[in-house]
Design a binder for this molecule. Structure first.
Ligand SMILES: *Cc1c(COP(=O)(O)O)cnc(C)c1O
Length: 386
């Protein structure tokens, strides 16, 4: 006899758990609830959109399910989600962060949180000998990303989480670069999994958003409080767009991964390319860990040309289908020159020290045909002055 006790698969949950609130209309997709307030005493318990809206609830239910967590809270952007988590700290608290952090996270820690007496220490979490610092310093939070931006370093989430758990230190993982289809930090032992849904989860570069998922009721209470008390909520239409994008996450990630792997392999053989970093290339220093921790290598490929800043930018401008722009994870391919864009504020010496050279480029592989992207890159590489 057939039973339906088993948890449905990722894509089934992505499609079905973000639907509802259609009332008696039979609409298979949810409406957008463009309302600021709700009549008091309604059976669904809504009161004011800053603290909840049917579109948030649908997105939160499906996002939690896809991350393998119990609770989720949605926010206006990834940075809003980061703000929500950091707002739980108090004066004198210490954050222990991976040294390779998303630029806006670093800026929030250094230019905002520091003013309120919250200090951050940065360490290379890819080196297991650094994990002992967690036990020694007992920070209020451990903050990490994997893969990191732009060098796609992989941090052992299960390893760090196990050490932190012993020290009773919560671990936040920024899961934006992987997406819950490829990596689920809560299942690896993290306390919070945070994403900028602006990237892969929405996937269409048409709205900003953020989400924090957890299994701990206490943390969920803090996130709901931050959403409301700090005014970090998204607009209902943005939440609707994000839920809409999320329904096709698995399909998109499969294609992002497949095309990115092919391009990474091909770039690695090109004489004008000095270095290629992609988590699922055997040449990646943490290839085995990446294979263990992630279901696919994701859609980001970082490579380095033997070139000056000007030559690297000229290369980018020559591309036809790949647009020179910040951001990632959308249907369209984008290329970014970290030294003059995302990491421009980092002093040149520090940049070089961490491996962000003048010719380094970060490619967000979109959903175009592989042949067209390869031809585009090949043509621009051909035009590159030696
Ligand atoms: C983009 C990004 C963020 C910030 O998200 P926004 O939606 O732009 O506010 C945070 N972390 C990572 C890793 C990102 O790539």
């Amino acid at each position: 006899m057939e039973t339906h006790d088993k948890q449905p698969g990722f894509s089934t949950r992505a499609v079905h758990e973000s639907c509802g609130f259609s009332g008696s209309t039979g609409a298979v997709m949810p409406p957008v609830f463009l309302t600021s307030t709700f009549a008091s005493g309604n059976p669904d318990g809504f009161d004011y959109t800053r603290s909840g809206n049917p579109n948030f609830r649908l997105l939160e239910r499906s996002a939690a399910s896809l991350e393998g967590g119990q609770y989720a809270t949605c926010f206006a952007s990834g940075v809003s989600a980061i703000t929500a988590v950091l707002s739980t700290l108090k004066q004198g608290d210490l954050v222990l962060a991976e040294e390779n952090l998303y630029g806006c996270t670093y800026r929030l820690l250094e230019r905002v949180m520091a003013k309120f007496g919250i200090q951050t220490r940065y360490v290379d979490m890819a080196r297991t000998e650094h994990w002992g610092i967690i036990k020694r310093l007992r920070p209020a939070l451990v903050w990490l990303e994997s893969p990191t931006n732009p060098l796609l370093k992989i941090v052992d989430i299960a390893g760090v989480s196990a050490v932190a758990r012993e020290a009773e230190v919560p671990v936040v993982v920024d899961n934006t670069f992987a997406s819950p289809y490829l990596q689920r930090p809560l299942e690896l032992g993290a306390t919070l999994s945070l994403s900028s849904t602006t990237k892969y989860i929405n996937g269409h570069s048409d709205s900003l958003g953020g989400v924090v998922v957890t299994n701990e009721a206490g943390w969920q209470e803090k996130m709901i409080f931050a959403q409301k008390a700090l005014g970090l909520q998204p607009g209902p239409f943005d939440a609707w767009l994000t839920a809409r994008g999320q329904r096709t996450l698995a399909l998109r990630m499969e294609r992002h991964c497949a095309t990115a792997l092919e391009l990474a392999r091909w770039l690695e053989t090109h004489p004008k390319v000095k270095l290629v970093r992609y988590p699922f290339l055997p040449s990646h220093p943490q290839y085995d860990l990446a294979r263990r921790q992630m279901r696919g290598g994701s859609g980001m490929v970082t490579f380095e040309l033997n070139s000056s800043v000007e030559q690297a930018l000229a290369f980018c401008r020559k591309l036809k289908y790949i647009t020179l722009a910040e951001s990632l994870g959308g249907v369209e391919s984008l290329i970014c020159h970290p030294a003059t864009m995302t990491h421009a504020s980092v002093p040149a010496e520090v940049r070089r020290q961490v491996g962000i050279g003048d010719g380094l480029l970060r490619l967000s592989v979109g959903l175009e045909d592989l042949e067209d992207l390869r031809a585009d890159l090949e043509c621009a590489l051909g035009a590159l002055q030696p």
